[in-house]
Design a protein around this ligand. Structure first.
Ligand code: PLP
Length: 460
């Protein structure tokens, strides 16, 4: 943790007071630090890069005089983190080619970097497919991984030459026979997703009781079934779900062979988290694949990771737009467990980029970015401390469910005009933000890149 200490020191050594330089237009784009902290000649660490980008932006905004929206929420994205996650994938699952699940975060720079790194893409709609094709990605690197497809989209992908798609039921097979008989089909099977954050198998996946007859029907319709796919549920926590799914897929491969299909690809779906559970999950999956689909079997292995790639790459900064002291004893009892404290209102919430709280069962952790003219990013004072001043944190809409944090304590006294930040905000956040109540759902992304390799690939 030498790096982390260095970062804290470099921040502690600087008083980040407001320089009162106000930009007319808020800055978004690629951020390159133009000064070196503390005469340190080594490349800045990821935290330093992110911290500098956050600081530069918030120091240029004064809520007392800024134009409407200049204080809007914004993201800092470290493309170097995406690159590191890719290398980590290659190290742990060298035989499995990732097809990034675009729905998780369709950020154009992220897609561009992944396209350059050579991943494939998992898309579920015309717009996602169009976005990926517009990057110059070959249609063979796209899988249309939606088992229940829109007719007009099937005609669209047929025209574009995107052949790979999934199915899990007989009606869909008849649809594909009619609209796109040349498609390369993956039979999506059910999994045990009971230990994942977002369960998918109640909506999609053929049970093992039905796979044999589906393969029979596909044969009868003259369709081309090329593989099996599954998804253990998004945010999976039980590695054994992968083992079970791989063994089930192996059974379906044998059924397919009996029907005369020569299946060539297994798609192990998504569900991988980017925290330390990844290595364990990948280890179990790797062993299962080596046993049931060994290298000499000649079967291609692909996956559809989404959150794994992007979650940790995005940090969001939110502006505290209002504060309310909690004095009413009933309100105190209800919102802050009997103690006095404050309700903080920030300019983003459950209807915006914190939609992940509702849809993705996340608990984003607030940290103090700037208070009283000082930037605290990545210092001990930025983090919640039990026993400090207690706050609840609310979004800007008029709905009572729009609450980010029920209770959190900080040493510092926060007020309107201060900034909070939340890390790990890359997955299932901005993609499901709405414009409810007239608050914008398009926010600036400031890109940094902590990996020279990724910078070179992107020509930055
Ligand atoms: C959502 C989804 C993914 C990505 O899931 P993650 O948990 O983010 O990895 C992959 N494949 C399919 C079919 C999906 O619906």
């Amino acid at each position: 943790m030498v790096m982390a200490t260095a970062v804290i020191e470099s921040f502690a050594a600087h008083e980040y007071t407001n320089h009162h330089v106000f930009l007319k237009e808020s800055y978004a784009g690629f951020f390159e630090p133009n000064h070196n902290h503390g005469g340190n000649t080594t490349a800045p660490s990821p935290k330093e890069l992110i911290g500098n980008a956050l600081r530069e932006r918030v120091e240029n905004i004064d809520h007392e005089i800024c134009a409407p929206g200049e204080e809007d929420t914004f993201f800092v994205a470290d493309l170097g983190e995406i690159y590191r996650q890719h290398l980590r994938w290659k190290l742990n699952l060298p035989r499995v080619k990732p097809f990034y699940a675009v729905k998780c975060n369709g950020d154009p720079k992220v897609l561009q970097l992944l396209a350059t790194l050579g991943t494939g893409f998992d898309c579920a709609s015309k717009a996602e497919i169009e976005q990926v094709l517009s990057l110059g990605v070959d249609p063979s690197r796209i899988i249309y991984a939606q088992p229940c497809k829109t007719n007009s989209y099937v005609r669209y992908v047929a025209a574009q030459g995107v052949r790979q798609m999934t199915f899990d039921n007989a009606d869909e097979l008849r649809k594909i026979a009619r609209l796109y008989p040349e498609a390369e089909l993956f039979l999506r099977i059910l999994t045990d997703d009971s230990s994942s954050l977002c369960r998918l198998s109640q909506k999609f996946g053929a049970s093992l009781d039905s796979t044999d007859s589906l393969l029979g029907l596909a044969r009868q319709l003259g369709l081309n079934v090329v593989g099996v796919s599954f998804h253990v549920g998004s945010g999976a926590s039980d590695p054994l779900a992968f083992l079970k799914a791989v063994t089930d897929a192996h059974v379906v491969f044998q059924q397919a062979a009996a029907h005369g299909f020569e299946m060539k690809t297994l798609d192990v779906g998504g569900g991988f988290c980017s925290d330390s559970t990844f290595e364990q999950m990948a280890g179990v999956l790797r062993d299962a694949l080596d046993e049931y689909f060994p290298a000499h079997s000649g079967i291609n292995l692909i996956a559809e990771p989404g959150r794994y790639y992007v979650s940790s790459a995005f940090t969001i900064a939110c502006h505290i737009i209002a504060r309310r002291a909690v004095e009413d004893p009933r309100a105190v009892a209800e919102t802050l467990g009997g103690e006095g404290g404050y309700m903080l209102y920030v300019n983003d919430g459950l209807y915006g980029n914190f939609s992940s709280i509702m849809f993705d069962h996340q608990h984003p952790e607030a940290k103090v970015l700037r208070t009283g003219g000082r930037v605290l990013y990545n210092t001990p004072a930025a983090t919640a401390k039990p026993g400090g001043i207690e706050y609840s944190i609310w979004g800007p809409t008029c709905d009572g469910i729009d609450r980010i944090t029920e209770s959190i304590s900080f040493d510092c006294l926060l007020d309107a005009g201060d900034w909070l930040y939340f890390e790990n905000m890359g997955a299932y956040t901005k993609c499901s933000a709405t414009k409810f109540n007239g608050f914008p759902n398009e926010h600036d992304v400031i890109y940094v890149c902590s990996e020279p390799g990724a910078k070179a690939l992107l020509d930055l």
